[in-house]
Unconditional design. Structure first.
Lengths: 522, 388
């Protein structure tokens, strides 16, 4: 079935399918619905089976479980070393990219025809947060007349948010070529209240109110969608243009900066800092293996590409990565993420109280890990779109499955279930040297793996913004030592919310979009 | 300014090489570490064998003062907070393990260690000098016990250390302090036990010396049976002997009820004749040793469910599990109170807690109280640590 109306003529052939923007199994019917539902069940089922399987194996076959755990601990050490190498390399590249004068680098290109639409989805965040974002935009070393800034507000956010938007327009509109406020209507049938639906609405508004009236070509327009707390560095657009001009297929590429969650890092509690930096580090690792990347959080893409797939999906949670899968599948696999290895600063998730921070970080990570809904989408469309090379489908499908499975199971298996045979094993097992050596060996291997944290600690210190005057120098010591919290944060803010999200999807208790509160004290 | 950034992204080739190297490392490391974990060691000194097999020993002590020695070498790597040590890399054979320390009795055992297996042992170390807490009828306002010195020619506890100071008064202590409710409570407790014990023990039966090799005398007590049940353990005095039986699931039977051996000879050699005699009987038809009818095969071991305690050839006046442990028993013998371990592999360690006759002992919760004449005191299980 295809959407064949005139309004869909701009879509790529595969994007015209009725099920192209499927959000969940209930959007489909018949066999497709059953297949999609099975895919929704699969990740949670696999994760639960793994965890229960390790427990059962510890009880009924403790020797096998012990061998498995030793093998798994070694795998973890090697994986840590492997990823730490990528991290360190990207850190070197990131620092190099930050030291470059990108304005000079792009001087050799003819890029005056390019326009930049900056979409800032905005809900009820404080004016100070929006102000800081716009101030950073106003300080870029790029021609600001080529910038179309869109403050994408929500009708459901109410009059206060509207007033903030108006005040921001009044203050900042003179700095940019265009400043547009869009108001996404509430309760649109078929939409989920969230960033995706808001951004899609804003993009269409830009098209009809700015691009078309001014005759700006879509393939000459780059869209940067930034979370409202994104503070960009002055050379961001220069760096983006350099990569746009030099990559093999600019219109078949998304451009991914490194989100550094450090705007409020000096105020955030240790748990929030570790979680935030860990997210940054994961993105840095991914920058060195772009074939495994999907877009995440703030990123840039050509308007042409977006228009060809009907913008962001308005009916699901993880719109930031889903748009990449939309583009990749609609382009029959001929689509890539280009890592910029250039930072944008964002807020670490922190609330006024520690408990509030814990709750917020948990919710945010549950939303992020609900990205497992993309696994269903990808596998479903891989089964439909035979134009994508089979090899790519197999590799990507496996990478996606392994990614979501390991996210949930690995920390729990390593830090908790690694000791299960000792508690659950048979008496015969407890009499053996293996039983006594297992915890010692796992402990020693984890200690070796912890050396990766030393690298993390050093790198994190180099990525800090200047120390506020009211913060003691001793805080650096705390910032270095905070990494010992990683085993806790991996379980509490990665594995458990991931399992929570997968279980919800498995049970058909679909999640909505939870907006992360942005609070800054300075 | 160079026309392009000069740090290129990690190349696919570079990453593939790293990935393959990681896989190779994984493939090599896993079997090596698994072999190590199950007890194989590379033996570079041997000309004939590249690998040797090892076993281990897990020794726990009940005392913070105890140090563990294996074949007379001190074990340095004690587990934090657990007062225990896992000793690795022991070549199969008999191992002598002992625990000792300042102010505590020494515990010694010889046990076999087998390849790939861990031999468990649990030591105990009572104070080498008895430590008591005097419970006086009267205490002063600060709670210090008062003792009227003029009543006896000698001060009490000359053989023991007292954990709290005592005020020795020459005048009536009643005028110096107030009644001690603990004493009143304990007096009542001792009074209620007297009658019960009188039935079991005839005084003359333990006043006579009892280390001759004459035919065993029949005491009044020998016809009586005392049984104390605590969880899955049953402490029983039967025909003058004391036994501790395991009545719980065989799956959870304590390690010292079982042995790894399969023959009478090996059991006798490694664990002692008394253990071998319990597990095997001489068949009258084949003249070979066979498993006794009471022996059970459990967890790849041979187990019995009943162990006889060493009573040092004396009459057992009273018995009770050691507070906090069913692996040890308090025996009141003719010349004092002893702690005996149930573990009879090799031999049973017996340590004196308090010397004396005409004692009455009771266990109240986690505390051991003794009445010696009309003096009541608590016997403590830890030595008194005197700070300088």
């Amino acid at each position: 079935m295809e959407r064949t109306g005139d309004e869909n003529q701009h879509l790529l052939p595969y994007a015209k399918r009725d099920d192209f923007h499927v959000g969940r199994a209930t959007d489909l019917t018949g066999k497709d619905r059953r297949f999609y539902r099975l895919l929704e069940i699969l990740p949670g089922l696999l994760s639960w089976l793994t965890l229960i399987g390790v427990l059962a194996m510890s009880n009924y076959a403790p020797f096998v479980a012990a061998y498995f755990i030793i093998g798994f601990a070694i795998y973890w050490v090697l994986k840590t070393a492997f990823l730490s190498y990528h991290l360190r390399y990207n850190w070197k590249r990131l620092r190099h990219h930050m030291s470059l004068n990108w304005g000079e680098l792009i001087a050799r290109f003819e890029y005056g025809h390019l326009y930049h639409v900056v979409i800032l989805p905005f809900y009820k965040e404080p004016a100070s947060v929006v102000d800081a974002t716009l101030e950073a935009l106003a300080k870029v070393t790029y021609d600001k007349q080529a910038l179309v800034v869109v403050l994408a507000t929500e009708e459901r956010a109410g009059t206060e948010a509207e007033a903030t938007a108006t005040a921001m327009k009044k203050k900042w509109s003179g700095h940019f070529g265009k400043f547009l406020i869009t108001t996404h209507p509430q309760d649109v049938p078929g939409e989920m209240a969230g960033k995706g639906s808001n951004a899609a609405y804003a993009a269409e508004e830009v098209r009809t109110k700015v691009l078309d009236p001014h005759g700006i070509r879509y393939n000459h327009t780059l869209v940067s969608i930034f979370d409202i707390d994104t503070v960009i560095y002055p050379d961001y657009f220069n760096c983006l243009v350099w990569h746009f001009m030099t990559c093999t297929e600019p219109l078949k590429s998304s451009f991914q900066p490194v989100p550094i969650f450090n705007n409020n890092i000096w105020e955030a509690p240790a748990l929030a800092r570790v979680v935030a930096m860990s997210s940054t580090f994961w993105e840095m690792v991914q920058q060195e293996r772009p074939e495994r990347m999907a877009t995440f959080s703030s990123h840039s893409v050509s308007f042409q590409a977006l228009y060809e797939v009907g913008y962001w999906q308005p009916n699901m949670v993880s719109e930031d990565s889903r748009i990449f899968w939309n583009l990749m599948i609609a382009n029959n696999g001929n689509y890539q993420v280009v890592p910029l290895s250039y930072p944008v600063s964002m807020d670490a998730n922190a609330a006024p109280t520690l408990w509030g921070t814990i709750k917020n970080v948990y919710r945010q990570h549950r939303r992020w890990t609900y990205g497992v809904e993309n696994f269903c989408y990808v596998i479903y469309h891989f089964s439909k779109n035979k134009q994508i090379p089979l090899r790519n489908r197999i590799i990507i499908g496996f990478q996606q499955a392994e990614g979501y499975w390991s996210l949930v199971t690995n920390p729990i298996m390593l830090f908790i279930l690694g000791w299960a045979p000792i508690f659950l094993g048979t008496v015969e097992f407890h009499q053996t040297v293996l039983s006594y050596n297992l915890p010692l060996m796992v402990r020693d291997l984890l200690m070796i793996a912890m050396f990766g944290l030393v690298i993390s600690s050093i790198i994190s210190l180099t990525m800090l913004p200047p120390r506020p005057k009211d913060k003691s120098r001793l805080k650096y010591i705390v910032l270095a030592l905070q990494w010992i919290l990683v085993p806790v944060t991996m379980i509490v803010f990665s594995a458990i919310p991931g399992l929570d999200a997968q279980t919800r999807l498995m049970l058909g208790k679909y999640m909505g979009f939870w907006v992360t509160p942005k609070i800054r004290t300075s | 300014m160079p026309p392009t950034p000069h740090i290129e992204p990690l190349s696919r080739k570079h990453r593939t090489v790293m990935f393959v190297m990681s896989i190779l490392l994984f493939a090599v490391t896993v079997p090596l570490l698994v072999l190590y974990a199950i007890g194989y060691r590379l033996d570079l000194e041997s000309d004939t064998q590249n690998f040797r097999t090892v076993g281990g020993m897990y020794v726990s002590t009940g005392s913070e003062l105890a140090e563990i020695y294996v074949d007379d070498e001190v074990v340095e790597d004690m587990r934090l907070f657990q007062q225990a040590a896992y000793i690795q890399n022991i070549t199969a054979g008999m191992v002598r393990v002992h625990t000792q320390g300042d102010g505590i009795e020494t515990w010694v055992k010889e046990l076999p260690v087998y390849s790939h297996l861990v031999t468990q042992a649990q030591s105990f170390n009572m104070p080498s000098q008895s430590t008591v807490r005097y419970v006086s009828p009267y205490v002063n306002d600060a709670g210090v016990p008062l003792y009227r010195e003029a009543r006896v020619t000698e001060r009490p506890f000359v053989q023991a250390t007292t954990s709290i100071p005592i005020i020795f008064a020459t005048t009536s202590v009643a005028t110096l302090g107030s009644e001690n409710p603990e004493y009143t409570y304990l007096e009542t407790l001792f009074a209620s036990t007297t009658e019960e014990r009188a039935i079991l023990i005839e005084r003359e039966s333990y006043e006579a010396p009892d280390f001759s090799f004459e035919a065993p005398r029949v005491f009044a007590t020998t016809t009586a049976t005392t049984t104390i049940v605590d969880g899955n353990y049953t402490l029983q005095k039967e025909q003058g002997e004391v036994y501790v039986s395991w009545t719980g699931s065989l799956e959870n039977i304590p390690h010292y009820y079982c042995v790894f051996t399969e023959s009478y000879i090996a059991t006798k050699e490694y664990y002692g004749e008394h253990v071998a005699d319990q597990l095997f009987t001489l068949s009258t038809t084949t003249a070979t040793y066979e498993q006794a009818s009471t022996t059970v095969n459990q967890n790849s071991q041979l187990c019995r469910t009943k162990i006889k305690l060493d009573r040092k050839w004396q009459v057992v006046i009273w018995l009770e599990f050691l507070p906090g442990s069913n692996d040890h028993v308090l025996l009141q013998l003719q010349d004092g109170i002893y702690v005996v371990e149930v573990d009879d592999r090799a031999w049973q360690n017996v340590q004196q807690l308090y010397a004396g006759d005409y004692l009455t002992m009771i266990v109240d919760g986690e505390q051991i109280f003794v009445k010696d004449g009309d003096i009541i005191f608590e016997v403590l299980l830890d030595p008194l640590v005197v700070s300088n």
